[in-house]
Ligand binder design. Sequence first.
Ligand code: NI
Length: 179
Amino acid sequence: MIRPIRLFGDPVLRTPAEPVTDFDLELRNLVRDLTETMVDAPGVGLAAPQIGVSLRVFTYHVGEEPGHLINPVLGLDGEQEEDDEACLSLPGLVFPTPRAPRVVATGFNMYGDPVTIEGSELLARCVQHETDHLDGILFIDRLDKKQRKLAMKAIREAEWNGEPAPEVKVSPHATQRIS
Ligand code: NI
């Protein structure tokens, strides 16, 4: 199922996500929804908080088939390099963002098997960006002072800024934001 993508300003994007403990059907449904939403966007990565689920799960799609990683732990290597970066939760913003050029990410797949992802260039950048989401960090937080100022200005001027988060019905009598 394609889910609405949460935008900057939604508190779920600033909340550190919880580690996954149950590798169950619900988790596999989450990975499926994340993958479908990412491919539909389209995006090269999507983290669970971006669809309102505060769990340490992200998907990525850099070449070949989409993949996912759960409870990631990153090892970074090399001098940081700047390249343009964007985020589905900040539509229209593109800014040069410093990232390590190489990453080794360990974690689990949706069945609970240990996995390792080694990446450079776009995959390394994507893995760092998505893992940041799980810590409540957005790419604009990584910008230098001048670029960050420009980013904040772009946010203030963005047409999506101030839009209410999607409401989800939890019972016939009440509505509540999931975050
Ligand atoms: Ni993002």
